[in-house]
Design a protein around this ligand. Structure first.
Ligand SMILES: [Zn+2]
Length: 403
């Protein structure tokens, strides 16, 4: 056979296999896993996995650094005011009903943007989600091929077992996207504090499950020629708070014509009556604040991409750790950790690890942003992204392995 022909046949075969090998991304969220936890002995196995791939040391968060806004920003590539879920609980000016965690399932109109699982499905692929906030909402009348309605009682092990089962499906049936979600580290961090033994125990438990998942992925990649990559990410970090200095929301003014909503790190006043006196409200808040909290200026909100949306509210006050807002103040001492503060608070930074055939190995990226994940995941999965997303992949682009 002429040499040229052999070469071109090999080349054609290589191109064909590159185009046809369906890539899969397993996206795992570890709620409240602060950026520095990865270096702690409890996360030993996850750190070893990170060394085989790319680690982002500090993943900067959107504002506010809360679970639902953060997860939806990771999933849609949009700021919270872009996808509409601006907090775990929020209202809108001049609208009677309010959003609370998971409301999208009943009323998807709270949500804007195209989450990764929807993008996969719309472009002919399959997505299977074993929890991710709002992954059970029918967005654009589309749901993942397989999904679960959220139930925090499902053991971690069962979630990982199901993910491995999905990944072990034959090539033609294997989903392009699998998501998993673990809340244990966040829960312990809130109740006991970010560095408490209970939080360390939760890190150990999640570390064990992630290691099990990664072993199964490696086995499948070697034995079946699958091309499964793994992305570990968190939605925010955790700061230590002190119940002795909590601000009791019952002591804050609640004038007629406004709805006051406690967001733990901030309090929002929504305007219900266009004639309600906002200057008077601002004055009384300033007078009583005593340096414990402050009104967030329009300029500051703009710099956090938190403006020009009815859910932003008419007036926002905020505090910083170790303070937070709580009804009744610190009389219930069972709260030692909080998040939601702006990204300028170092403890809010999240983590990211990308490993597998789609990512570079032995790489460290000092800093990237949560909004960088969407375009990078889309590129890995060969998906066309919506035009309005907030990032082109930024610093995280360097994690992709070029063919
Ligand atoms: Zn939390």
């Amino acid at each position: 056979m002429p040499r040229l022909l052999i070469t071109s046949l090999c080349l054609a075969a290589a191109l064909w296999s590159a185009a046809s090998a369906a890539r899969t991304l397993v996206l795992v969220s570890i709620d409240g896993f602060r950026w520095d936890y990865l270096d702690w002995p409890q996360a030993r196995q996850m750190k070893a996995i990170a060394e085989q791939g790319t680690r982002v040391t500090k993943l900067r968060t959107v504002y506010p650094s809360k679970t639902f806004p953060g997860h939806l920003s990771l999933a849609t590539g949009l700021h919270p005011t872009g996808h509409g879920i601006v907090d775990n609980y929020f209202c809108r000016d001049y609208r009677p009903d309010c959003y609370s965690m998971g409301s999208g399932r009943k009323d998807p109109s709270w949500l804007e943007g195209t989450p990764l699982w929807t993008l996969v499905e719309q472009q002919g692929g399959r997505a299977s989600t074993f929890f991710w906030p709002e992954s059970d909402a029918a967005i654009d009348d589309t749901l993942p091929t397989d999904y679960r309605a959220y139930d925090g009682r499902v053991p971690h092990e069962a979630r990982v077992d199901q993910a491995i089962e999905w990944l072990a499906l034959p090539d033609a049936e294997r989903p392009e996207l699998v998501t998993l979600y673990f809340s244990a580290v966040d829960s312990a961090g809130h109740t006991f504090g970010p560095e408490a033994p209970e939080t360390l125990a939760a890190i150990t438990e999640v570390d064990k499950q992630v290691a099990r998942l990664w072993k199964a992925i490696q086995r499948l990649n070697v034995r079946t020629g699958a091309e499964i990559s793994l992305l570990l990410v968190s939605d925010h970090g955790m700061a230590e708070v002190d119940p002795d200095v909590f601000i009791d929301t019952n002591t804050l003014p609640r004038p007629r014509g406004f709805k006051r909503v406690n967001g733990s790190t901030r309090v929002t006043y929504y305007q219900r009556d266009p004639d309600a006196d906002i200057d008077k409200l601002a004055d009384s808040l300033t007078e009583m604040s005593d340096g414990r909290f402050w009104i967030v200026s329009d300029e500051t909100l703009q710099s956090r991409h938190f403006f020009d949306h009815p859910a932003v509210g008419a007036l926002v006050i905020e505090t910083s750790p170790p303070r937070m807002f709580r009804r009744g103040g610190g009389k219930y001492a069972d709260l030692r950790g909080m998040h939601g503060y702006p990204a300028s608070i170092e403890d809010m930074a999240a983590f990211l690890v990308a490993v597998g055939p789609g990512f570079q190995s032995g790489k460290v990226i000092p800093e990237a942003h949560q909004l960088d994940l969407y375009p990078v995941a889309a590129e890995l999965l060969n998906l066309k992204t919506p035009a309005n997303i907030a990032s082109d992949g930024g610093a995280l682009r360097a994690a992709l392995r070029k063919p």
